[in-house]
Structure formats: structure tokens, C-alpha cells
Design a protein around this ligand. Structure first.
Ligand SMILES: O=c1ccn([C@@H]2O[C@H](COP(=O)(O)O)[C@@H](O)[C@H]2O)c(=O)[nH]1
Length: 278
């Protein structure tokens, strides 16, 4: 099977460098005139799939908003994942998993094994039990053409105290994560399958992203205050690997399908003005 990096590279060329999140916040359900229950969740998700599944490179369901409805919410997440795959977008499940290695094996089986009902193209993962503890995810992803996006410099203000702390060898915690992921992508072409999450809100932190070789997911755009122009400051010479990610900025245009498409088109135009042509 083709690697996730190869599939993502092609999707970005065909559809443009954009990830849109499915984050069914209670406030958005209300704004869309939907009930805050599984019926509202289902209608919300189906509408986003109908509007964007056949045109956006990557769609990123946020697991938390499905999990809050228990097993019926998770069933809707599974169905949403299937619908997105049928519509042709890559599915990145934002679930930020991480644990000791033996438990990470089970998370890997849940999301990156093609026989799982929750099988997706890629997941987000947390490295704070050590990047090495995520090895079962990296291995299963490599075996089945999947991807893993590891948190490095998150978009929230609280992240800096942990991620920019300096380790014994003088590098920040984030730089050690960046360097370990760079190693995993070594030699991959045109794009590695192991990505990093770097918030568009963080400004110029001086971290070296030049050797990553994989995609750089950039949340924090729109609702969290960053704009496309901030990508230049945060990513500098690594702009070509950036996958901008918007949730509320696009979703708040719904429930009208044409309005959702127009909102996604608008943010894509903004990002294309900043990112190098691919
Ligand atoms: O550093 C991070 C990592 C993940 N996220 C997630 O992205 C979306 C952002 O939603 P917006 O509505 O565009 O603010 C959300 O699911 C977060 O959990 C992030 O924001 N920052």
C-alpha cells in the first residue's frame, strides 16, 4: 500500500493544502438549529461530509465531541469516518492518544489496523510518555500506509511551559520530539508519513523544523486567533510542509452546504497566498 505521506502529498496537489475539522461543539449545534444529542451530532457530521468530503484534502473529526455522547456518539464517529473515506478525503482522527508502549499497541490496533471499525488514515498522538512509547503506532502506520501526527508545539498558551522546557542536552522538549520524528521520516519521498502538530498561534519560537520531512499540521487558525499570514512567522523556510487546519472558522458558516463550501474555499485562498505552490 502507498504510504500516508505519498497519499497526503497527492491529496494536497489535487485538492489544496487544507484540513477542516469536524468539531460539533454544543454552541455550533445550537447555531445550526440542531439538538445537543446524537441526532444533532449525526446531522451535523453528515452535513460536513456532504459539503466538504469530496473537495478538502484532509478532514479531521475531533473524537472528544463524539465521545461525549458515549457509545452512540462513537458509532456516529465510525459512520462519519466511513462516509469521509467514501467521499475521498483523507481522515485524520484527532484523538491525541499516548501511553506506555503495550497500551499504545492497542490504540494502534484501534485506529491504524484496516480491520478496525475506527480505522483512519492518520491519528494525532501525544509524546509525553516519550516518543519511543509511540513506536507501536509508528510501526502499524508504516505497515498499513497510515500516518501519525505527534504534538510538538501546541496552539494553546498552556503548552509552552512543558514543550519549551529545556532538557539536559540543551534542547527543548519540543525540539527533541521534532528531532525524533525527523529521524523516522529519513529518506521518505515525496513526504514522510510522520507529522508534527505545530500551532499557528505560537509565533517565532526558534525551533528548527527544517529536517522534519513530514507534514506539519497547523491548528489555531481562525477561532483561536491566528491568521494565514502567521504561518510565515511560525514556519519560515518550512512553509512547504504546512497543512493548515481550521474547525470553527469554517463550521460556523453552516448548516448551509454552499456556505460551508464557500468558507472552506475562502480559507484555502488565504492559505495559498502564503504557502508555496504544490
Ligand atoms: O495544538 C493543537 C492541537 C490540536 N488542536 C485541535 O484542533 C482543533 C482546533 O479547532 P478550532 O475551532 O479551529 O480552534 C480542535 O479540535 C483542537 O482540539 C488545537 O487546536 N491545537
Amino acid at each position: 500500500m502507498e504510504s500516508f505521506g505519498t497519499r497526503l502529498h497527492r491529496a494536497v496537489i489535487e485538492r489544496g493544502p487544507l484540513c477542516v475539522g469536524i468539531d460539533p461543539h454544543p454552541g455550533l449545534l445550537a447555531q445550526w438549529g440542531l439538538p445537543d444529542d446524537v441526532h444533532g451530532l449525526d446531522r451535523f457530521s453528515r452535513t460536513v461530509v456532504e459539503a466538504l468530503g469530496d473537495r478538502v484534502a484532509v478532514v479531521k473529526p475531533q473524537s472528544a465531541f463524539f465521545e461525549r455522547f458515549g457509545s452512540r456518539g462513537v458509532a456516529i464517529l465510525e459512520s462519519t469516518i466511513r462516509q469521509l473515506r467514501d467521499a475521498g478525503s483523507l481522515v485524520l482522527l484527532d484523538v491525541k492518544r499516548g501511553d506506555i508502549g503495550s497500551t499504545v499497541s492497542a490504540y494502534a490496533a484501534a485506529y491504524l489496523d484496516p480491520s478496525s471499525p475506527m480505522y483512519v488514515d492518520a491519528v494525532t498522538a501525544s509524546p509525553y510518555l516519550g516518543v519511543g512509547s509511540l513506536a507501536p503506532m509508528f510501526e502499524l502506520a508504516a505497515e498499513h500506509g497510515g500516518g501519525v501526527f505527534v504534538l510538538a508545539l501546541t496552539s494553546n498558551p498552556e503548552g509552552a511551559a512543558v514543550q519549551r522546557a529545556v532538557t539536559a542536552d540543551g534542547r527543548t522538549v519540543a525540539q527533541t520530539v521534532i528531532d525524533e520524528i525527523s529521524q523516522l521520516n529519513m529518506g521518505a519521498s515525496p513526504l514522510g508519513s510522520f507529522g508534527l502538530v505545530v500551532g499557528a498561534t505560537i509565533g517565532d519560537t526558534g525551533h528548527d523544523l527544517s529536517g522534519v520531512g513530514g507534514p506539519l499540521l497547523a491548528p489555531g487558525l481562525g477561532a483561536q486567533g491566528a491568521g494565514a499570514a502567521d504561518l510565515r512567522t511560525v514556519f519560515g523556510s518550512s512553509l512547504a510542509s504546512v497543512l493548515p487546519s481550521y474547525s470553527r472558522e469554517v463550521l460556523s458558516a453552516g448548516p448551509d452546504v454552499a456556505a460551508l463550501r464557500a468558507a472552506a474555499d475562502r480559507v484555502l485562498v488565504d492559505c495559498r497566498a502564503v504557502l508555496p505552490a504544490r
